[in-house]
Design a protein around this ligand. Structure first.
Ligand code: ATP
Ligand code: MG
Length: 648
């Protein structure tokens, strides 16, 4: 964005106050904002006391070597002890930690006492395999309980894990193993996906041929499929873990001891290896999970549908919920196997009260139809969350109406792999929500929107989202590349963290995310948000999903080019394209009217479900495609390319 700030086009007037009952009993009230504003560091020091420290910290933030932060630096703790053992010591051993639901319908119920035994045995097994504090362990597993157990066992030993999403190829796995220099890999024979077993071990075997430093592969038997075996290297989980003692004494580590490395989803380019540490990270994931979901651990059943291979799975499956002693659902498979109501069946079966999912999933459910969730009893739900992309106002409304009985608050949580935990979000018992807006920084978080010259924009204007103060769960660096850390996040605006997302402030000062800065379009001197044009398209009853890019244009610098997926039944006549162009012009103004609209069957997405606009821009400008390693399905690009000449 060089010429001017983002144009503020979309006006969304709908408002939803918190339900009275939720507001009355909310974990966190408006007082938290005041308290944190009066003494931000004191506020975080108090939140750190949610945890059990072997040595309580006396320091809060050390910013003397900015932007390399240290939080609670003289404190010591063990993350696995905090997520498991202390709940058992507090008499909660019989509480269910995990309701596991396999895709084929097999189930497992794991209490906190069982989790403690499983994590201890696994920590003992890893010790036998030579894993010591500081060693990196790669985890490449399906969504089975062993994924969470393995993460906790690593944390217990102070061995940073690097979880690699089970859908990634051998290639992507090899680069991640190599970058982190992991010498032990934890995997499975396979997992269930779309109704059939899908192999994992062959990708590990292939990856290891290229990185010769891996000493051991620990293999969970999940599907029972045939696997190639190397006796000197491969060990079955059931052989080594089962024979271990279920006692293990956790050692306390420094608050700044590394907890994990995780690669970003690769929406905007080559993934970055983000490093998170122990005390500050656990403090903020625990606090935000408690505050933003209003978690009542005695009665709530929490379900986050993310994969543990993404940061959402790290912070809101493994560490946040378990540090709070929550009961949660862990589901292995896809939302439409064996039928499109599978998620709602799970909500009904376990009485899920808090659901956390992504806009891409909500739009898929919209496409499948309202009648599907209507067949299930979803009345247990009391808080709904969204994360991963800006949520289109129409998708937000659908989520509230068809999943939340037109009553349940929605928390639209903005954060990143880099931030470690939620940063902007409404609070369900406090905030009057607005469809499509993450609204405001959480207590203790400082964020704003600035223009090109780093000046805060006035209400009603757009620019760049920045974080103006360090926060406990912030990334500490990019693994092995401090310079890239400085360049990527801290060089654009002096002393401010540059998130890479465009945003605007509305007339009340609330923040709306407008898409990646890399994706913002420049049309006749106006910076236009991809998100706003997409949301306008999705608000048309015939459009299920839309992706918008700016393609080079001789007259207008860039021209808006839209790719749309139509809802079932809509036919892609010339008339419809005109109707959609007029619809956008009516909602946002003539400047935002797409020059071209191309109906397509699918959109290119990352494995975490985010639209990869840069690839569509490559197509629209007839370039070779950039990095596609994190793309779900490359045949999607061939299909789109095949359709393009008709639109040119
Ligand atoms: P890469 O950095 O490799 O391009 P990525 O940014 O997709 O990948 P993540 O860390 O998984 O990797 O995603 C964080 C990004 O997701 C944010 O920067 C933002 O663009 C988007 N995002 C997440 N939650 C929201 C939200 N509630 N509203 C708007 N955007 C969101
Ligand atoms: Mg990113």
């Amino acid at each position: 964005m060089s010429n001017e700030s983002l144009a503020n086009l979309l006006k969304e007037e709908r408002r939803f106050p918190p339900p009275a009952d939720l507001a009355t009993h909310a974990n966190v009230t408006a007082a938290a904002y005041e308290q944190a504003a009066a003494d931000r560091l004191g506020f975080w020091a108090e939140q750190a006391r949610r945890l059990s420290w072997a040595t309580p910290p006396t320091q809060t933030l050390d910013w003397s070597n900015a932007p390399f932060a240290k939080w609670f630096a003289d404190g010591r703790l063990n993350v696995a002890y905090n997520c498991v053992d202390r709940h058992v010591e507090n008499g909660l051993g019989d509480r269910v930690a995990i309701h596991f639901e396999g895709e084929p319908g097999d189930t497992r119920t794991i209490t906190y006492a069982e989790l403690q035994r499983e994590v201890s045995k696994t920590a003992n097994a890893l010790t036998e395999l030579g894993v010591r504090a500081g060693d990196r362990v790669a985890i490449y597993l399906p969504m089975v309980p062993e994924a969470v157990i393995a993460m906790l066992a690593c944390a217990r030993l102070g061995a940073p894990h690097s979880v690699v999403f089970g859908g990634f190829s051998a290639d992507a796995l090899a680069t991640r193993i190599e970058d982190a220099d992991a010498q032990v890999v934890i995997t499975a024979d396979g997992g269930y996906r779309r109704g059939k077993p899908s192999a994992l071990k062959p990708a590990v075997d292939e990856a290891i041929e290229r990185v010769d430093r891996v000493r051991h592969v620990l293999v969970v038997r999940r599907t029972g499929q045939e696997v190639a075996w190397n006796d000197s290297r491969d060990v079955w989980w059931h052989d080594i873990v089962e024979r271990q003692s279920d006692q293990h004494t956790p050692e306390a580590f420094d608050a700044e001891h590394p907890l994990f490395i995780l690669y970003t989803s690769g929406t905007t380019g080559k993934p970055k290896g983000i490093l998170h540490t122990t005390g500050g990270y656990l403090t903020q994931v625990s606090y935000t999970h408690h505050a933003v979901f209003d978690l009542k651990p005695e009665t709530d059943v929490f379900w986050c549908t993310a994969d543990v291979g993404w940061v959402t799975g790290h912070s809101y499956i493994a560490y946040g919920p378990l540090s709070n002693g929550a009961t949660q659902v862990l589901y292995e498979g896809t939302p439409d196997t064996p039928h499109q109501g599978r998620w709602w069946e799970i909500v009904q079966k376990y009485g899920v009260t808090i659901l956390y999912t992504a806009p891409t999933a909500i739009r898929a459910c919209m496409k499948w139809g309202d009648d599907i969730p209507a067949k299930f009893d979803l009345s247990s739900l009391r808080v709904l969350g969204s994360v991963g992309e800006p949520i289109n106002p129409e998708a937000w409304m659908w989520y509230r109406k068809h999943i939340g009985a037109d009553a349940t608050p929605i928390v639209d949580t903005w954060w990143q792999t880099e931030t470690g935990a939620m940063m902007l979000s409404p609070l369900p018992g406090v905030t009057e929500t607005k469809p499509g807006s993450a609204q405001m920084p959480l207590p203790g978080i400082a964020a704003t929107v600035v223009d090109d010259d780093a000046n805060e924009v006035p209400d009603g204007a757009g620019g760049y989202l920045v974080l103006t103060e360090p926060w406990p769960s912030m990334l500490r660096t990019i693994w092995g590349d401090d310079q890239r850390y400085l360049d990527t996040y801290w060089s654009r605006f002096e002393g401010k963290y540059f998130a890479g997302d465009g945003a605007k402030k509305d007339d009340d000062g609330d923040i709306w995310l407008l898409g990646r800065v890399d994706d913002v379009m420049l049309v006749s001197g106006h910076n236009i948000s991809t998100t706003e044009v997409e949301s306008a398209l999705v608000s048309h009853p015939k459009v299920a999903e839309a992706a918008v890019v700016g393609a080079t244009d001789p007259q207008t610098t860039q021209a808006i080019c839209a790719f749309v997926i139509l809802r079932g039944g809509a036919d892609e006549s010339e008339g419809l394209v005109e109707e959609l162009r007029a619809h956008v012009a009516k909602h946002l103004g003539p400047i935002a009217k797409p020059k071209r609209i191309l109906p397509v069957a699918e959109l290119p997405k990352t494995r975490s479900g985010k639209i990869m606009r840069r690839l569509l821009r490559d197509i629209a400008e007839n370039r070779d495609l950039g990095d596609v390693t994190t793309l779900t399905d490359s045949s999607v690009m061939d299909l789109i390319q095949a359709k393009l000449p008709s639109a040119a």
